[in-house]
Design a protein around this ligand. Structure first.
Ligand code: SME
Length: 150
């Protein structure tokens, strides 16, 4: 499904009266099943004032990385640097936490509420170098929508 159509579906999901947890889970499932190079889609959120991320709703194989300290892995780096992180080839990264041997690339986009980095969307792909600027722009849209219900 093209990003344009997914944007409308996500806007609709956000507007429906559902719990935040359910909405986030729907978004994960929608993205995983409609974008061929999205093989694992999940949200991580800062654990209160602690310098760690906790896994939220996700779609894909379960991961043992349910808590990630700030600075560790791609997710932990985004928690500190407040910037999108696109990893075309995870094997080329020193500071990377492997979730599955099939994963070849990853993209993480931070979520800001009132200018504060409170979490992120994390996507793993089994394809090498699949992410383009279009993914970043689309996922920034998703994160802005999500921020509006947090
Ligand atoms: N690969 C991530 C860990 C989370 S899993 O991808 C679900 C990282 O390096 O932070």
């Amino acid at each position: 499904m093209p990003f344009k159509d997914l944007k409308s579906e996500i806007s609709e999901l956000i507007e429906k009266s559902c719990t935040t947890k359910d909405t986030l889970l729907h978004i994960c499932r929608l993205l995983k099943s409609n974008v061929p190079h999205y093989d694992w889609v999940g949200f991580y959120f800062r654990n209160g004032q602690k310098k760690e991320l906790l896994l939220g709703p996700y779609a894909g194989n379960p991961t043992e990385h349910t808590t990630i300290p700030f600075g560790k892995g791609i997710c932990g780096q985004v928690a500190v640097n407040n910037q999108n992180f696109v990893v075309p080839d995870v094997q080329a990264q020193d500071n990377y936490i492997a979730c599955s041997l099939t994963v070849k690339s990853e993209i993480v986009i931070p979520i800001f509420v009132n200018g504060e980095n409170i979490g992120q969307i994390d996507i793993d792909s089994n394809t090498l170098n699949p992410f383009t600027k279009a993914d970043e722009v689309f996922l920034e849209f998703v994160c802005t929508k999500v921020a509006s219900i947090l």
